[in-house]
Design a protein around this ligand. Structure first.
Ligand code: PLP
Length: 396
């Protein structure tokens, strides 16, 4: 190639320079060793308040053992998409076990929660349909909505009255999907599920709940927010993830057998992307056993949540509307959130800074996530560092 060729991607450098100017450019932190409550990132051992490893299952001995067994017996890959030669007995067993756990007729597992959301919304809706969606729903829902080509009507966060207003303007004959997160990932608050189920029933809409952050956290043995609120049978499409509390990787849709069979035929990530390695399915099966046999892990998670959230609030931080192990510390503008995150890290606490566009302007924050495996010492240490750095930066 002649060296005179100008780089057609040079506009990306301009974009990056702009991120740097706004204080939004981030280097990736690198984890050295295991994902756990005290972990080593970039050579520094810190109290880790940034993972979704709610129950410590990423390193649980039962999951490790089952994954290793699967590798020894079955190898490292599935070699095909599910709909051709890549459905292994372990995949079917996992779907059966998940359906039993969620008390639905059937389940289909996707490669990730992202693929489950995007693939499902895009598959079941089309151009003439309409999606009624909470403004803070996860990016994978938003992408699924766009891929479906349905009309998208966004309502203000958890505003059931506003959602109702949207419904009233829509023709009765139009196919409708009402969709919300069970737990919102940036604020840690819980969706208005009972009222939204009422609304979906009143207007004949399909009801869909994304329980990624509630899987393994809310409900009996971690069955999610539908179980937490006693809404079995009223949510047509439940989304769960296997990547957060379950400790491995994947996402799933729980619902009727017809829904699942339809997704076997029309879910594009199911049809066109290779299925999980056997070790992943095996680890998820072991995780289900742990959820049923060791409910004390979930109790510990909630004890730690109360202790840490209460501690942050007593210090005087703005923790928003959080009701889950996700507690944001909202500080205002992005550069201050990034500065807080950097200083916390230097002092031994890893809590990710998050700014626009992930959260609205003026609502930048560091996000904390406690797990069952944090000790009281870990959490008290983190609170002490938050107090010191918060004062230093004039936030407290
Ligand atoms: C994390 C998350 C997902 C994506 O799940 P993955 O399994 O990590 O792809 C989907 N929805 C919500 C609300 C999430 O928080």
């Amino acid at each position: 190639m002649p060296s005179t060729r100008t780089d057609p991607l040079r506009f990306l450098s301009v974009e990056l320079a702009s991120l740097r100017e706004q204080g939004l450019f981030r280097e990736l932190r690198t984890l050295e060793g295991e994902q756990k409550a005290r972990a080593t990132f970039d050579g520094r051992t810190v109290v880790n308040l940034s993972s979704n490893n709610y129950l410590g299952l990423t390193t649980h001995p039962r999951l490790r053992e089952r994954a290793l067994e699967a590798v020894r017996e079955l190898g490292v890959g599935s070699g095909s998409v599910r709909s051709i030669a890549g459905t292994m007995a372990l995949h079917m067993e996992l779907e059966r076990r998940l359906a039993e756990f969620k008390r639905t007729e059937a389940v289909v597992v996707f490669q990730s929660g992202f693929a489950a959301n995007a693939g499902t919304v895009a598959a079941i809706l089309a151009k003439d349909d309409v999606i009624i969606s909470d403004e803070l729903n996860h990016a994978s829902i938003i992408d699924g909505c766009r891929l479906s080509r349905a009309a998208i009507r966004v309502f203000p966060h958890k505003d059931v009255h506003a959602a109702r207003h949207v419904f009233k303007e829509l023709p009765a004959s139009q196919r409708k999907l009402l969709i919300t997160d069970g737990v919102f990932s940036m604020d840690g608050d819980v969706g208005a599920l009972p009222a939204l189920c009422d609304l979906a029933e009143e207007f004949g809409a399909i009801m869909m709940v994304d329980d990624a952050h509630a899987s393994g956290v809310f409900g009996r043995n971690g069955r999610g927010t539908i179980d937490h609120f006693g809404l079995h049978g009223r949510v047509d499409i439940q989304v769960g993830t296997l990547s957060k509390a379950i400790g491995a990787l994947g996402g799933y849709i729980a619902g009727t057998r017809a829904l699942i069979q339809f997704l076997y035929h029309r879910g594009r990530p199911f049809l066109f992307s290779t299925s999980h390695p056997p070790a992943v399915a095996a680890a998820c099966l072991a995780a289900l056993d742990v959820l049923l046999d060791e409910p004390q892990l979930i109790d510990r998670l909630w004890e730690n949540t109360r202790f840490f959230k209460g501690g942050l609030q007593q210090l005087g931080f703005d923790t928003g509307a959080s009701e889950s192990p996700i507690t944001p510390v909202i500080v205002g503008e992005a550069p201050l959130a990034m500065k807080l995150s950097d200083r916390l890290f230097q002092e031994g606490v890893f809590a990710q800074g998050i700014g626009f566009p992930t959260v609205p302007r003026g609502k930048a924050r560091v996000r904390t996530i406690v797990t069952a495996t944090h000790t009281r010492d870990d959490l008290q240490f983190a609170l002490d560092v938050f107090a010191r750095v918060g004062r230093e930066l004039g936030i407290l």
